[in-house]
Design a protein. Structure first.
Length: 135
């Protein structure tokens, strides 16, 4: 074989290895129960924040630690710890997507993504009032 063929085969093998590792590292949407089964793997979990329970946030002690309780789509509630400051308008979010890993009974999030309520939700009268008041 010529050197160029060997180099070509090596480059193809490296490219395939990169593609396979990227696909295997990609996150998927799961419930807390599924994330618990594969502790240490990164997942996206969709759910709602339990506003009845207190948030864990003390900016005087540690401004980069925020915790809350969240129920996934099956109703399974888990304590979520996020190494970051509390997102603005967190209480107003309709749904939350947390990206991270299960560590024991807690979910440790590296990202918290919020779906805020739309001003277009509600009754026809509320939508009309919202549109006329913004003009």
């Amino acid at each position: 074989m010529k050197k160029i063929h060997i180099i070509g085969i090596v480059l193809i093998a490296v490219a395939l290895a990169v593609i396979v590792s990227t696909v295997s590292e990609s996150s998927t949407y799961v419930t807390f129960g599924e994330a618990q089964k594969n502790e240490g793997s990164t997942y996206h979990v969709i759910g709602k924040v339990n506003l009845q329970k207190d948030f864990i946030y003390n900016p005087e002690t540690n401004a980069n630690l925020f915790g809350f309780f969240m129920a996934d789509t099956t109703g399974n509630e888990v304590k979520v710890m996020y190494n970051g400051s509390k997102p603005q308008d967190f209480e107003k979010a309709e749904k939350i997507v947390v990206v991270g890993k299960m560590e024991g009974p807690e979910f440790h999030a590296s990202q918290v993504l919020m779906k805020c309520p739309s001003k277009y939700n509600g009754t026809e009268e509320e939508r009309t009032k919202s549109l006329t008041s913004s003009n």
